[in-house]
Ligand binder design. Structure first.
Ligand code: G3I
Length: 364
């Protein structure tokens, strides 16, 4: 599908969204309004990823999180290289601060993440045996989940288990855990997590399953194969996290996504959107146009998700365009700042915030 067609389909989605929302398209997709506009998201099952520096030194950031969110997740802080600088050490400074902020503001904290190929400290490369790997993985989950038992209510136990471009349904992403323990490490981690905190929602989290195209279809199939296998063996698993790092220039596979979420629902799994943002490096420059296309892309995605299953909650990977990972990998060639998140760099409400609010309010 050409870029022109993709943008046209977004505009069509924007128009469709207008009708669906029975609200004047103008208001929902209107440009950034004053920072004091009432929060469209307050009280809804919405949350955002937080970063340590702005949380510590930026009052506007803290105020925006407190005003709009019911849930937060650390963009970092609970990853292995944050917590385990050495084999012997556990460092909880960052997640303790996230938990303190959440508690002080009547919010919950999500846990991200216990088993991931990424963000691993170098010393883990020396894990040489299956018994050592099992001891370390189980010990890590016991210590980390044990510390936040009953306080962190939802965990990304498994993150990005599927290779970037799987060639078969049984493909699993290489990692030290896969290398030392094989696919059994997923069940080991989930069973350990359920033993340590039987009340916690245990989630498998993944990216790039939303778009039209063979690669994305194969990723959905490989993820579903793994989930079905875990469910068949009664491994405790309660939810699927769709990260939702949407490419503004790629078409959403509505049928594929709806069928995926419908199957997850049929297996008794909650469907969460865990890291929503819209990567806008290939979208037109003018912010007022780009913001509408960003919102329309998110609506296209969220509407496809809820066509198969209710959406448990929506988290964005950051809250303001001022603090986002997107330019690290998707800097715009025109030099304009990226605008992937629901609030702009001045914390003004953007159409994306209204789209998320509309979808959360309009629970089907
Ligand atoms: O904290 C260190 C700092 O001490 C050091 O000076 C600096 C320079 O190397 O690095 C800082 O660590 C960075 C860390 O973010 C904290 O800002 C790491 O280099 C950097 O790689 C890390 O990037 C994070 C990335 O995950 C890897 O953990 C991004 O902020 C974060 O947005 C990204 O989030 C991932 C999700 O976990 C999973 N899904 C995709 C998503 C986006 O890639």
């Amino acid at each position: 599908m050409s870029r022109r067609d993709t943008i046209l389909s977004s505009l069509k989605a924007a128009a469709a969204f207008g009708v669906a929302a029975t609200s004047p398209l103008g208001t929902l997709l209107a440009g950034p309004a004053a920072a004091d506009e009432a929060s469209p998201l307050a009280g809804l099952r919405y949350g955002a990823a937080v970063r340590d520096v702005p949380l510590a030194v930026e009052p506007e950031f803290r105020a925006a999180i407190a005003r709009h969110c019911r849930q937060i997740v650390g963009e970092g802080g609970l990853k292995w290289y944050d917590i385990r600088p050495t084999r012997e050490q556990f460092v909880f400074d960052a997640p303790d601060k996230h938990m303190a902020f959440a508690t002080a503001n009547g919010m919950t904290l999500r846990g991200h993440t216990l088993v991931w190929y990424g963000a691993m400290p170098d010393w883990t490369k020396a894990i040489a045996s299956a018994s050592d790997a099992e001891r370390l993985l189980v010990g890590h989950i016991e210590t980390v989940m044990g510390r936040y038992r009953g306080r962190i209510k939802s965990w990304d136990v498994i993150n990005e288990a599927i290779p970037d471009d799987p060639t078969s349904r049984s493909d699993i992403r290489p990692s030290i855990w896969q290398q030392r323990l094989g696919e059994a490490h997923f069940a080991l981690a989930l069973r350990t997590a359920a033993r340590v905190d039987p009340e916690a929602q245990l989630v498998i989290n993944e990216y790039d399953i939303e778009f039209v195209g063979d690669r994305y279809r194969r990723r959905r199939e490989a993820l579903l194969r793994l989930i079905r296998d875990l469910k068949l063996r009664n491994v405790p698993l309660h939810g699927v996290g769709l990260q939702g790092h949407l490419r503004g220039d790629l078409a959403i596979d509505r049928e594929g996504v709806a069928a995926f979420t419908a199957e997850c629902r049929a297996m008794g799994l909650a469907v969460l959107v865990t890291e929503l943002d819209v990567i806008d490096d290939k979208l037109p420059g003018p912010p007022e146009v780009r913001d509408i296309l960003v919102a329309a892309k998110a609506y296209e995605f969220l509407d496809a998700v809820r066509a198969g299953s209710p959406i448990d909650s929506i988290l964005t990977w950051g809250i303001t365009d001022r603090h986002t990972w997107v330019p690290t990998y998707f800097k715009r060639t025109d030099g304009l700042p990226n605008r992937p998140l629901p609030f702009d760099a001045a914390y003004r409400v953007k159409p994306l915030a209204r789209v998320i609010a509309h979808v959360l309010r309009d629970r089907r």
